[in-house]
Ligand binder design. Structure first.
Ligand code: C2E
Ligand code: MG
Ligand code: MG
Ligand code: MG
Length: 288
């Protein structure tokens, strides 16, 4: 069929493919160079108890702090990292830094870390994460792993054994982006999830679009029946916050509470909320 295509069309495809290949290769080279240099860093998005309005944790979201191009969001490098087998190294680098940064925060504060489908095909994933926890001194019971349903397709029995090892350590498991992709209620039984995250596409639209609101409500009721707490992502304004509270949704995150932020801003937020330890040793000027 490709041979039958006109010459001009063929050339156009080639040029586009070449451009994609060039940028893909540039990203791959950037990953190889940047991971050991620590250019892939955690940003933190606050997670809120919707009843009290208090911060209860943060989702860890990777950012590429590129030396010349600024801060690059994950959609630009995670797919490439997965394709060329660098996702595990990137993820370990970001996790190590997050565990070190968060280990002295208030013990009520949890971290949620995203794990890509390719990582759930790695038989050593659980050991790698446990090793990081031991090295950094970050407690397993303050860690939650987020996976999407696409993780369940490739090798379910391996995914089940990895998740089993993680849960034995006290790490919790969340199902991310629920309601999108190949959502099937059977997936909820395939792994021992502790939480469902409603995809932001339904939440951001729920006060303009009755169908989205109905889906958010249905997922909340499902969580209630299955005794699985729900996190809503994509809470962009007070109106959405109010609607979710009326539906009995217990936990949420989104721009209304805070965008993903670098460590300095995260520490400021924690300090304002009294969630950093006060006994950090005297400052250099104190007591003079
Ligand atoms: P996700 O895990 O579903 O993360 C939520 C995404 O929604 C984040 O985008 C976050 O910045 C964005 N978001 C949060 N609140 C709002 C809101 O109120 N409105 C809107 N419109 N968006 C909001 P981000 O940081 O660009 O991350 C995109 C995806 O990249 C994540 O989706 C996650 O699947 C993936 N990702 C990020 N970091 C990592 C990582 O370290 N490892 C892996 N495997 N995946 C990661
Ligand atoms: Mg997530
Ligand atoms: Mg999500
Ligand atoms: Mg998402």
């Amino acid at each position: 069929a490709a041979k039958g295509a006109g010459r001009g069309r063929h050339a156009w495809f080639d040029a586009t493919m070449e451009r994609e290949l060039v940028s893909r290769n540039a990203v791959e080279a950037g990953l190889r160079e940047g991971i050991p240099l620590g250019q892939f860093v955690p940003y933190y998005e606050p997670q809120i108890d919707l009843e009290t309005g208090k911060i209860i944790g943060f989702e860890v979201l990777a950012r590429w702090e590129h030396p010349t191009r600024g801060v690059i969001p994950p959609d630009n490098f995670i797919p490439v990292a997965e394709e060329c087998g660098l996702i595990a190294d990137m993820s370990v680098s970001v996790m190590r830094r997050a565990f070190l940064e968060a280990r002295d925060w208030d013990p009520s504060i949890t971290l949620s870390v995203n794990i890509a489908p390719a990582q759930l095909k790695d038989p050593w994933l659980a050991q790698k994460i446990v090793k990081l926890l031991v090295e950094t001194g970050y407690p397993a019971n303050r860690l939650e792993i987020e996976i999407t349903e696409s993780s369940l397709f490739q090798n379910l029995s391996l995914a089940q054994s990895i998740v089993g090892s993680l849960k034995n350590q006290g790490i919790r498991l969340a199902l991310d982006d629920f309601g999108t992709g190949y959502s099937s209620l059977a997936h909820l039984r395939a792994l021992p999830f502790d939480r469902i995250k409603i995809d932001k596409s339904f939440v951001t639209a729920m006060n303009k679009d009755p169908e989205s609101a109905a889906i958010v409500n249905a997922i909340s009721r499902l969580g209630e029946s299955l005794n699985l707490p729900i996190t809503a992502e994509g809470i962009e304004d007070q109106g959405i916050y109010d609607s979710l509270r009326k539906m009995g949704c217990n936990k949420g995150q989104g721009w209304h509470f805070g965008k993903p932020m670098a460590i300095a801003a995260t520490r400021r937020l924690l300090a304002e909320a009294g969630l950093l330890p006060s006994a950090r040793g005297p400052l250099p000027d104190e007591g003079l």
